[in-house]
Design a protein around this ligand. Structure first.
Ligand code: SF4
Length: 330
């Protein structure tokens, strides 16, 4: 026991990670791993809720995601990194929690409701697994007796469901789990090439693994301030889709110059993109170097994953002994 509060967080393995992940979730994990007892997992079962028709991407992405985590500095010495589906106890607890979760709690979950209004009842998302997603999420969290769950404000209803399910379990079978608290994390300002949320499904993402050619292609295609139709039109960095990347990659003098010149049309978007591209390539170079290192060291990666899985499993086995006793099955 470290005496530190415990944090659990996962990422769905639905594709390679992008700058939205890097400057949102991962920046936050980097801070958390220094102060808390962290459990970070590749959520491959969760990925299947959307990728069940093409599951090969899930396995492929799991390895890629580990490489990306390690390459940005997530440290297996500080945090336990593991694969959800390797820890079968998550599935057992999910099943037991399913028995006590009232159906209306799941039916009113906004993610489920939205999917139904977009697709109509009976769409591809209307599976038992998708409806029960928050129950699996509750199992993922409380099986580690987590105290804290880092989330963006959009995920608050999910954590609230986890809290309700935990309270219900404790009420029915005696106090077994702490009720986890959300830690609200700042949402990343980085958006996709087209100005929408950066996402694989919108095909608008700059990947952490994009090489120079790809970065060049993507940065040149980025939407900027849409009011700035011509070079001589003044722009506004505040309204520009590309600008939030500058504070992450460019130096202060460059940023000050862009902020002063853009509103007077003294710099064009093409030149502004060139500055960003140069800094993005330099900023991602150490990440790319580590990605190559881990890609070339299969055995090391296998070891890191196996160690993390073993550490996670040791805890979940203990928890499930307690849980089985509580529900009179042990
Ligand atoms: S000059 Fe830069 S900050 Fe201004 S609108 Fe163009 S890309 Fe955006």
């Amino acid at each position: 026991m470290t005496g530190k509060k415990r944090v659990v967080s996962g990422m769905r393995t639905t594709g390679k990670l992008h700058l939205g992940h890097h400057h949102g979730v991962l920046t936050n994990w980097l801070k958390l791993q220094d102060d808390y007892d962290c459990y970070f997992f590749a959520a491959d079962w969760h990925a299947l809720t959307s990728e069940y028709q093409d599951p090969a991407i899930v396995k492929e992405s799991t390895r890629d995601i580990f490489i990306d985590w390690l390459s940005v500095g997530i440290d297996p010495e500080k945090a336990t990194l593991f694969i959800q589906s390797e820890i079968k106890e998550h599935a057992e607890l999910h099943l037991l929690l399913s028995m006590i979760t009232p159906l209306p709690w799941l039916l009113r979950n906004p993610t489920y409701k939205d999917s139904q209004s977009d697709e109509g009842q009976g769409g591809d998302d209307a599976t038992y697994g998708f409806l029960g997603y928050p129950v699996l999420q509750a199992a993922d969290i409380i099986i580690y007796k987590a105290n804290l769950v880092p989330i963006g404000v959009d995920q608050l209803p999910h954590v609230e469901l986890t809290r309700e399910i935990t309270r219900r379990f404790n009420h029915l079978y005696g106090d077994t789990f702490p009720v986890p608290e959300p830690i609200l994390t700042e949402l990343s300002k980085v958006t996709g090439l087209d100005g929408r949320k950066m996402s694989k499904s919108y095909n608008n993402a700059i990947l952490l693994s994009d090489d120079e050619t790809e970065l060049k292609k993507k940065v040149s295609s980025m939407v900027t301030d849409v009011q700035r139709a011509r070079r001589k039109d003044p722009g506004d960095p505040e309204k520009c889709n590309l600008f939030p990347l500058h504070p992450l990659y460019s130096n202060k003098a460059e940023i000050d110059e862009i902020c002063a010149a853009c509103p007077k049309a003294e710099i064009g978007c093409v030149d502004c993109k060139k500055i960003l591209l140069k800094n993005l390539i330099a900023g991602l170079a150490p990440v790319h170097e580590k990605q190559r290192y881990y890609r070339d060291n299969d055995k090391l990666l296998d070891e890191i994953i196996a160690n993390g899985n073993a550490q996670a499993r040791a805890i979940t086995r203990e928890t499930m002994l307690e849980v089985r006793k509580a529900v009179k099955l042990g």
